[in-house]
Design a binder for this molecule. Sequence first.
Ligand code: ZN
Length: 190
Amino acid sequence: MRCVACEKLSFRMICKNCQKKYFDPVFNKRELAKDFFVYSFYEYDGIKELLNSKYEFYGDRIYNILASLSFSKFGKNFEFIEIVDAVPIDDHTRHDFSHTAILVKHLKSKFIAPKINLLKAKNQIKYAGKTLEFRKNNPRNFFYNGEKRRNIILVDDIITTGITILEAKRCLEQNGCKVLFALTLCDAKN
Ligand SMILES: [Zn+2]
């Protein structure tokens, strides 16, 4: 196959050279609400085309590469007083994989337990390209069926307005959980 970034022949969807050259993560922090932070690893523009692979059959390979470069490292360096659950937002599957479930699996470490299929949006409406007002008027209506009173890291592939993350956070808090912070692959703040 060919590397999706440089088009040279490669055993991987993104060759080792390009992984280093273009996809070296840069840790970024955004305060979404008072004392609540979202951490991310890439700028949206830098990985925009790769993120669209979630709609393709080969998207799992792309997400696995990006997650191994960023989420895996974060997981290994994370320490806490007890084990924390990592919960993906919107982990329904397309093409037999869930892109956000791939991300949380890479967080697995001594202090982080990936938990999938616990937080579901009852409203699957698409937000891409929609206004803030539209997003506010069409909430996701999350439903959580995991353990109550857990410490949680929320995971998504992209943060734009942050409305979805805040809605998911509220849902978890209504279940007695504490959301420590959110972790996304990229930040599309403009
Ligand atoms: Zn390449």
